[in-house]
Design a protein around this ligand. Structure first.
Ligand code: NAI
Ligand code: MG
Length: 342
């Protein structure tokens, strides 16, 4: 079966790194039908809307979507596109790579972020001139769904430690519900709690889980990222903690992500359109290529995904490297080196 892939490069370096990912996919066995869609600042200027209906439909109907980045219109483009693919889970791996200067080279974390509710539900009110409010929505269904996804992800990807981030000591109703739902899912799956005093490091065979207050967790992630594996988070906490982890591993040019729904998914680098380097041909394609590897995995081409990751890791270690990683190579040279290894 040929998968139909929606390809939406967007603005700035999106238009440089997406073709790099396509070159890499073209070098593999799985055959894809790529269908390109327009979105972003330049589309707003030309057509009066940043995300034309046909691009939304393209993503909704494709087997998967590859998205580059949008500029100022990012919120008008990526939020509807995440909804078009019905994505409830945002998966953000933050790994350090050999040969790359990282604050914490031992970092290998995956944030599994609830992507539909929390404080991003969009329920804000302007009560009086000086009083505004925000409603934080946490539901049992969405919490169980993300917990189930997180534990499954850990099992399938060889992570022994699962941490549930929350602030249930203060947000007793909402994060109380989130934590209870995660605990219930752990129990159903037979995942035990890490015994007290084991400081995050798994001590038994198989997966263990623990919960952590998200503020203290932010500190522990910086000091001892090696104690953590998969971190299941409510929406805002996942947004913030994953960016914090990006800082541990050497920057935005390296971080891929997946927005996963029941039947569909969208893959995008964590970075934006990088107007400061757009057009120079020096954007690091690694984040986008690693996002394409996550797409391969999602479409059950696990072997091809591994080959792509190994090729990217090899190039990161031996070069050539783009300027953000201290090298002087172009996007095309790095991409060609990855394709060569394949
Ligand atoms: P950014 O991620 O575009 O850039 C931040 C810094 O990292 C810049 O110095 C940039 O040159 C560098 N950088 C990012 N990706 C890189 C890569 N692949 N290779 C080498 N260097 C890279 O974030 P910024 O500057 O905050 O936002 C720029 C524009 O992007 C804004 O208009 C913003 O709205 C948009 N944006 C879009 C996102 C999306 O479409 N998902 C996400 C974040 C920002
Ligand atoms: Mg963010």
């Amino acid at each position: 079966m040929t998968h139909r892939i929606a390809v939406i490069p967007g603005d700035g370096i999106g238009g440089e790194v997406v073709p790099a990912a396509i070159d890499v996919l073209d070098a593999l066995d799985p055959a894809f039908e790529f269908v390109e869609g327009e979105a972003g600042d330049h589309v707003l200027t030309e057509r009066g809307e940043a995300l034309p209906e046909e691009t939304y439909e393209l993503a909704a109907e494709a087997d998967a979507t590859l998205f580059g980045a949008a500029g100022e219109t990012a919120a008008d483009v990526i939020l509807p596109l995440r909804e078009a693919v019905d994505s409830f889970a945002n998966v953000r791996p933050a790994r350090a790579y050999p040969g790359i200067d990282a604050v914490k080279p031992e970092t290998d974390l995956v944030f599994v972020r609830e992507n539909t509710e929390g404080v991003y539900s969009g329920i804000e009110d302007h009560i009086t001139d000086d009083v505004t409010t925000l409603t934080r929505v946490i539901t049992e269904d969405a919490s169980r769904r993300i917990a189930d996804f997180g534990f499954e992800y850990a099992a399938e990807n060889g992570y022994d430690d699962v941490t549930v981030a929350h602030k249930a000591n203060v947000m007793r109703e909402t994060d109380g519900r989130f934590l209870e739902a995660c605990e219930a899912v752990a129990e159903e799956r037979g995942v035990p709690r890490t015994p007290d005093g084991a400081s995050g490091e798994a001590v038994s065979e198989g997966i263990e889980f623990d919960d952590a207050l998200m503020d203290a967790l932010a500190m522990h992630l910086i000091m001892h990222p090696e104690d953590y594996g998969v971190v299941i988070c409510p929406n805002l906490a996942g947004d913030m903690l994953s960016d914090l982890a990006a800082g541990l591993v050497g920057g935005l040019g390296l971080l891929p992500s997946a927005n996963v729904g029941p039947d569909n998914a969208l893959f995008e680098p964590v970075h934006g359109s990088a107007p400061d380097i757009a057009g120079e041909g020096i954007a690091n394609p690694a984040a986008m290529i690693l996002s394409a590897a996550m797409m391969l995995e999602h479409l059950d081409y696990g072997g091809a995904a591994d080959r792509v990751r190994e090729a990217v890791e090899g190039v990161l270690e031996d070069g050539p490297r783009t300027p953000d990683l201290g090298g002087d190579a172009s996007t095309d040279e790095v991409t060609a080196a990855v394709v060569d290894r394949l």
